[in-house]
Design a protein around this ligand. Structure first.
Ligand SMILES: Nc1nc2c(c(=O)[nH]1)N[C@H]1C(S)=C(S)[C@@H](COP(=O)(O)O)O[C@H]1N2
Ligand SMILES: [Mo]
Length: 226
């Protein structure tokens, strides 16, 4: 078995996690689209059936939440984000503009800001299936970003918008007190334990750790319910 990255503990199964766990997952629109906005010549929308023009890819990877739980050996299916970018974003770019970041936005309003180099990594998917079944509401229906090398907060569920940016998009950063306290790292690479924007990963672990036990319990309950 491959050892887990620093500070992670494995859980059974795959819990639903996120910022608004008390709310049900957002409703899936009848004709879902991924809107492309930001520094493009013209904003556009990609309807999900259009993704069928891209090659299907499968990625088996562990999923690491910054709070310290890891769901192991998830089998994701979808299209590579890099293929989506080349097919639907690049043609709309102004040759003068250089892209540095992408903001990913979910139907629940939650977003992440990812450096272009990380978003274009070979194992980053727009996934519509996990572990042999359709992606359900818990895990990001109808489609989500999956970036296995980064902490889970980058992998936006219920993806409905990709904002193309030529600098760090200040309007996407959470400037509230809580937002600053839990501020993510701009790269969030699990291998380097980049949990937080300013505090070293190992130092912040104990503050997240109390969350693991309730999550383990939630997972155990999920297994019983199934
Ligand atoms: N739209 C959306 N995406 C999100 C979140 C969220 O609250 N809303 N939470 C993030 C966090 S912190 C984690 S760990 C993972 C959890 O994914 P899961 O619910 O499929 O386990 O989703 C990420 N993507
Ligand atoms: Mo997370």
């Amino acid at each position: 078995m491959v050892p887990l990255p620093p500070g992670q503990r494995s859980v059974e199964g795959f819990p639903r996690f996120g910022t608004h766990l008390h709310r049900p997952p957002p409703a899936v629109p009848d004709d879902p689209v991924i809107a492309i906005s930001g520094v493009v010549r013209k904003p556009s929308e990609v309807r999900l059936p259009e993704l069928a023009t891209l090659p299907r890819r499968e990625v088996v990877a562990d999923f690491h939440c910054v709070s310290g739980w890891t769901a192991t050996d998830l089998q994701w299916e979808g299209v590579r984000f890099a293929d989506f970018f080349r097919a639907f974003v690049e043609p709309a770019l102004d040759p003068e503009v250089s892209v540095s970041h992408l903001a990913f936005v979910g139907l629940d309003g939650i977003s992440s800001v990812v450096e272009l180099q990380d978003a274009l990594a070979d194992d980053v998917l727009l996934a519509d299936r996990v572990n042999g079944g359709l992606l359900g509401g818990d895990h990001g229906a109808p489609i989500r970003l999956v970036s296995p090398a980064q902490y889970g907060y980058m992998s936006i569920k219920h993806l409905c918008q990709v904002e193309v940016c030529s600098a760090l998009p200040a309007h996407r950063l959470d400037r509230s007190i809580i937002g600053r306290l839990i501020e993510g790292h701009p790269r969030a690479r699990v291998r380097h334990e980049e949990r937080h924007g300013h505090i070293p990963g190992w130092l912040i672990r104990p503050f997240y750790r109390p969350l693991i036990r309730p999550i383990r319990a939630l997972c155990a309950k999920g297994t019983q319910d199934r």
